[in-house]
Design a protein around this ligand. Structure first.
Ligand code: URA
Length: 424
């Protein structure tokens, strides 16, 4: 077998067979296929797609490239959630402790932000002392002690995906349904969770801009999960508007703690509780009541234990940015649109995200929203507050926000539901 024949086959729209897929993934993981060859193959997949059988085999080969974790020794069922990524998407932070408070074990392996989307690990790292990197033994210890753990995936988990994702990121091949589905599901299946709930986002702030593409991605991932014996369900959710009232690392931690304290923005609470319900059902805990666990403080107790067990101080003051700039509403009326992509891009330019994997992020940078679509606003009152340590970024953030909102004089606002569909 050789890489050139596999690249030619996909270039010429042929279906790759199982041996070709197993060989290329294994050889790439071992370093026997060059980066330029794998990028040519990724582009051929991007352009020509993959059949369902190819995606399934590709996912299995990526799982086989590394270790599989096993939570069989725990005395609770495991449940995990994955979001395809969005703006202001801090849901994992309240969700993992909430589901643990309801009786499941939540081994949540998470990632960092890249581009306009935020990453769970970057958010949690704004808590002084908190550690994202744990050994497998430490991860099990936190899981036993707190019930939930949120940490980085170790190097041994789906190493083929780790290399391929970094390559796709710099070769314009991220937005490919077969490559996204196999990337996400190889990690989640290798992680060994019994139940998985996917939050597949559609809209300007998501990878999938339209609902039909997002629905197809969700259906593909649900089937991949079932192929591998993981009870998998997907919610299709709107990402045309940022989630909640904050986008940025420490700002989102603060908002998540408000949700755990029984408050927080209605959309964040709605999605957190809906995803918790799905995770608990998939884990067989049908009688658990997530709304009660938020209201009675038990989810907050798990959060505090989890943060402490990972070296963080749940009572520590969160970092704030050195500079602020308020953007005011240019007109009076109803806010009918606030674009998620523009807010994500502006937060990124303020320093909340990174341009390259190795760049640092600013813990305090980001955007606070003072209104959401549907709210009445008055000309001259605050619409957004921009936060950064690097004030020279303000004009670039404001440029990203040009045309990001619409204010209509009359009440023409028709709300879009946050949860668009359920696939499972
Ligand atoms: N998240 C992943 O883990 N992989 C992708 O390809 C896209 C989003």
């Amino acid at each position: 077998m050789d890489a050139i024949s596999v690249i030619r086959a996909k270039r010429d729209r042929q279906e790759l067979n199982g041996e070709q897929i197993d060989w290329i993934i294994d050889a790439y993981t071992r370093g026997a296929v060059a980066e330029e060859q794998m990028s040519a193959l990724a582009m051929a997949v991007y352009l020509n797609g993959m059949t369902r059988a190819e995606i399934s085999r590709w996912t299995a080969a990526m799982i086989a490239s590394g270790e599989r974790m096993d939570f069989g020794a725990l005395d609770r069922p495991t449940a995990d959630k994955h979001s395809t990524g969005g703006v202001g998407d801090k849901i994992t932070l309240p969700l993992a402790p909430l589901v643990a408070a309801c009786g499941a074990a939540v081994p949540q392996l998470s990632g960092r932000g890249l581009g306009h989307t935020g990453g769970t690990l970057d958010k949690l790292e704004s808590i002084p002392g908190w550690r994202a990197s744990l050994t497998n033994a430490e991860m099990m210890e936190v899981l036993r002690d707190a019930g939930s753990v949120i940490c980085a995936a170790g190097d041994g988990l789906a190493p083929a995906d780790k290399r391929l994702y970094a390559l796709r990121d710099v070769t314009g091949t991220v937005e490919s349904l077969p490559l996204i589905a196999s990337s996400i599901m190889s990690k989640k299946i290798a992680e060994g969770t019994g139940a998985l709930v996917l939050d597949v986002k559609a809209g300007s702030g998501a990878f999938m801009k339209n609902v039909d593409d997002a629905r197809e991605l969700a259906a593909t991932m649900v089937e991949l999960g079932h192929d591998h014996g993981v009870r998998t369900v997907a919610l299709l959710t709107d990402m045309n508007t940022p989630l909640g009232l904050t986008a940025g690392n420490a700002l989102e931690v603060r908002e998540s703690v408000e949700v755990l304290a029984g408050g927080g923005p209605a959309d964040v609470v709605e999605l957190t509780v809906a995803l918790a319900r799905e995770m608990l059902d998939a884990a067989g805990l049908v009688d658990a009541d997530p709304a009660k666990a938020l209201a009675d403080g038990s989810a907050m107790d798990v959060w505090r234990r989890m943060i402490t067990a990972q070296g963080g101080d749940p009572d520590a003051e969160l970092p704030t940015a050195r500079e602020r700039h308020v953007v005011t509403a240019p007109a009076t009326g109803v806010l009918t649109r606030l674009d998620a992509y523009a807010v994500g891009l502006a937060a990124w330019r303020l320093g909340a995200g990174r341009a390259r994997k190795e760049d640092p992020v600013q813990a305090g940078a980001g955007i606070e929203l003072h209104a959401r679509p549907g709210d009445h606003i008055t000309a001259g009152t605050p619409l957004l507050t921009l936060h950064t340590d690097t004030p020279e970024a303000f004009p670039y953030a404001e440029a990203a926000l040009e045309g990001a909102w619409q204010i209509d004089p009359a009440e023409t606002y028709a709300p879009t539901p946050l949860i668009l569909d359920r696939i499972g």
